[in-house]
Design a protein around this ligand. Structure first.
Ligand code: NAG
Ligand code: NAG
Ligand code: NAG
Ligand code: FE2
Length: 695
């Protein structure tokens, strides 16, 4: 294949046949290019500074042409660039912002430039970048290319420079030993403009935070380390207006049916698994549970039939805990056995609060006193809430999404097809995590007030990462490994599997379009390095995780990219959106318990429970933060919508449309299903899922 045919402006028609659209036939005479320049729609995207453009072709470059003296937000300007002689093939578009200007600096956000060539072809040059005074960017347009498809040395050179620059801008940093690496920037003001929150988003984040703490202050919760005097008192200050589900939870949190329900359809459906054999440290006997097995079968028979499940929080055993007044708070690692009864309700039938069985660690049963049984369930809820936030939410969605983002920014240049595919799924993620480090899991975050404190939280995430497997991040494998294929009323599973399949078929069409054979995959060093950095910086080179450190086949790439998009969008929605719903009622997700669990049965009463729950100050902070982080923002971008255009190929634009159509029919099906449920499960409705981790 002659190398000049792969230059920009040459589009792929089918397979490997390139047709040159903008350069080859055109004679060396004066030519007009028309440029349609679009400025971003966010506030302060426009500028009064002078802007210049230069078209760089294979034969020569155009004049350095001034665009205008003013561009405004969301406005599109049309400009022409005239050249006396043919440029040859159009390779690059150079954009510059005047270094000298008397007015105060105003950055410019350029969304895209569409160039109409003298032959009448329209070529998209995606930009999606802030230009500051004196800034220069080189844009590539048209078809996405892999590095070995860039023929012209100027393209090769420009691509290399972009990667060097990106690696300098987005450096890795070890946050804590044994955790995934993060971006090295700590101060939100130093975040590079292109990945920083928009003015509107930053404003709304601050607004929600202030609104929540105003409610906390209004109820006097900012100033009282008293315990709660009654559940009515908690109810009186819980602001549930915006969440019928939170209200429902406050009424049903003690019910065994609801307890089982939320292990499947709450915010943490990742611990439950089918139990075909009791762990040796959980000596539940037939006699203990016989009264609760309503089918009349033995426990052994029920285990065989697949109707016994278990939540085992072994990963929390022996964690460092918070110390209050010199005393470490109790933080057990419970085991909870569940039974799926003939009415298809999942109910807890036995709870052991610590891992090691002993006289002082009895197995609690539904037939114990109401408050003993409730206390046992509260200890499970506490462990589950902390597991949810630190492992399922922060470690397995926020931090993984940050790894994927940094790896993309560093290794895949803007013209790379997988950069174009992934970048919308990385929006705001790093900024969100920098905020989460300061407010949630950092040394000044809310984690320090939970049962595990900062050190226990970090240790838990470290354990979580060391056990994290590729299979557990891929929904079909995860569901099968936990034996949950057929448990009824498991809406997380039903929706997540459908989403996984829809994303996978979309990714398959896009990846197969750019990588027609396995040899293209192995020949792409940028893609290989992307995978390798994820493996080393995200999974710390742990081969036991099953995470690939390189790709040999198109199939492997499809699966991995599916996992990346699913994790950054759907999985995060599943753990994020229901936080206020399921954790806004503090007794259902206490995060801190101030009394140790009972060592013997029959000693507790409602007082004991109120003494055990968090104080008012911490309860207020919890309610505020879970409310704040599950808000929907005005600039929410739903899954599969791509307001920033990156792809120019009609075939790929069609694939995106097909993807959107699939998502919208899934949304209709979920809405219909929900209308028939007592408690709707809407966290994985495509209209509610955001493209990326943004809160
Ligand atoms: C709690 O809020 C009240 C009312 O806004 C305020 O006067 C008080 O200083 C706050 N107390 C603390 C400890 O922040
Ligand atoms: C905050 O606590 C202090 C000390 O207990 C008390 O004097 C003050 O009245 C409280 N303020 C409010 C707003 O509750
Ligand atoms: C969190 O813990 C810190 C340190 O023990 C304490 O100063 C702070 O008041 C606590 N905050 C809440 C909301 O409990
Ligand atoms: Fe989140």
């Amino acid at each position: 294949m002659p190398s000049h045919l792969t230059f920009l402006g040459c589009k792929l028609v089918s397979g490997f046949i390139f047709v040159c659209l903008s350069c080859c036939s055109y004679p060396g005479v004066m030519a007009d290019f028309t440029l349609e320049v679009t400025t971003g729609s966010m506030s302060y995207a426009g500028t009064f500074d002078h802007l210049y453009v230069t078209l760089i072709g294979t034969k020569r470059s155009s004049e350095h042409t001034q665009l205008t003296s003013e561009v405004e937000s969301e406005k599109m300007g049309t400009y022409s660039v005239t050249t006396l002689l043919s440029l040859g093939c159009l390779l690059l578009l150079k954009l510059e912002k005047d270094p000298f200007h008397e007015s105060p600096e105003q950055s410019w956000y350029c969304s895209k430039i569409v160039v109409r060539t003298p032959e009448g072809d329209e070529i998209l040059f995606p930009c999606h970048t802030w230009l500051t005074r004196g800034g220069v960017v080189f844009l590539r347009g048209g078809r996405a290319t892999k590095v070995f498809e860039d023929g012209d040395p100027r393209l090769v050179n420009q691509r290399k420079k972009e990667r060097v620059q990106q690696k300098l801008t987005f450096k890795w940093d070890e946050y804590e030993e044994g955790l995934a690496y993060v971006l090295y920037i700590k101060d939100p003001r130093s975040i590079p403009a292109d990945i920083r929150y928009s003015y509107e988003k930053a404003f709304q984040v601050a607004y929600f935070k202030e609104a929540a703490s105003a409610v906390v202050r209004k109820h006097g919760l900012n100033n009282s380390t008293d315990r709660w005097e009654s559940f009515e008192a908690i109810k009186a200050v819980s602001w549930f207006k915006q969440s019928p589900i939170a209200e429902y939870v406050s009424e049903h949190w003690k019910d065994d049916d609801f307890f089982g329900y939320q292990l499947l359809n709450g915010v943490n459906p990742f611990v439950i698994q089918r139990c075909s054999k009791l762990p040796s440290n959980f000596p539940v006997t037939e006699d203990m549970v016989r009264p609760f097995l309503t089918s009349g079968n033995s426990l052994a028979a029920e285990m065989e039939m697949g109707s016994i499940f278990i939540n085992d929080y072994k990963i929390m055993e022996g964690l460092p805990t918070r110390v209050i007044d010199g005393n470490p708070v109790a933080f057990p690692a419970p085991l909870c056995l569940l039974y799926l009864n003939p009415e298809k309700k999942l109910k807890p039938i036995a709870i052991q609060i610590f891992q090691q069985p002993s006289e002082e660690n009895p197995i609690f049963l539904p037939s114990d006193s109401e408050t003993d049984w409730l206390l046992a369930k509260i200890f499970v809820r506490n462990a589950d809430a902390i597991h949810h936030q630190l492992i399922s939410h922060i470690q397995n969605t926020h931090l993984l999404a940050e790894i994927f983002t940094i790896a993309t920014l560093r290794n895949l240049p803007k013209v790379h097809p997988l950069h174009k595919l992934l970048i919308p799924h990385h929006r705001y993620t790093v900024s969100t995590n920098i905020l989460a480090r300061s407010q949630v899991y950092g040394k000044a975050g809310v984690v320090v007030n939970t049962s595990v404190g900062y050190d226990g939280g970090i240790e838990l995430m470290r354990r979580g990462l060391s056990k994290l497997t590729y299979a557990s991040l891929c929904v079909p494998e995860d569901i099968a490994a936990r034996g949950l294929e057929s448990i009824p009323n498991f809406y997380y599973r039903d929706d997540a599997l459908r989403l996984w399949n829809i994303i996978s078929s979309f990714v398959k069409t896009v990846v197969a379009y750019y990588y027609p054979s396995d040899s293209e995959v192995s020949a792409d060093p940028e893609l290989q390095e992307w995978a390798n950095e994820i493996f080393y910086y995200g999974f710390l080179g742990n081969h036991n995780s099953g995470i690939p450190s390189n790709f040999q086949s198109v199939e492997e790439v499809i699966k991995f990219i599916t996992m990346v998009i699913f994790t950054s969008s759907c999985q995060h929605a599943a753990v994020n959106l229901g936080q206020f719903d399921f954790q806004g009622w503090v007794p259902n997700a206490p995060f801190l318990l101030l009394q140790p669990p009972p060592k013997t049965k029959g000693q507790s009463n409602m007082e004991t429970i109120l003494e055990t729950l968090p104080d008012k100050l911490f309860s207020g902070r919890l309610m505020a933060i879970v409310w704040q982080v599950s808000r929907k923002y005005d600039d929410f971008v739903p899954l599969g919508t791509y307001p920033d255009q990156h792809f120019d190929e009609p075939a790929v634009l069609q694939m995106i449309q097909d993807f959107q159509a699939q998502l919208s029919s899934l949304s209709v099906a979920i809405t219909k299903r929900n209308s028939e449920l007592e408690l709707p499960y809407n966290y994985l409705n495509p209209t509610e899922i955001e493209n990326s981790v943004t809160s």
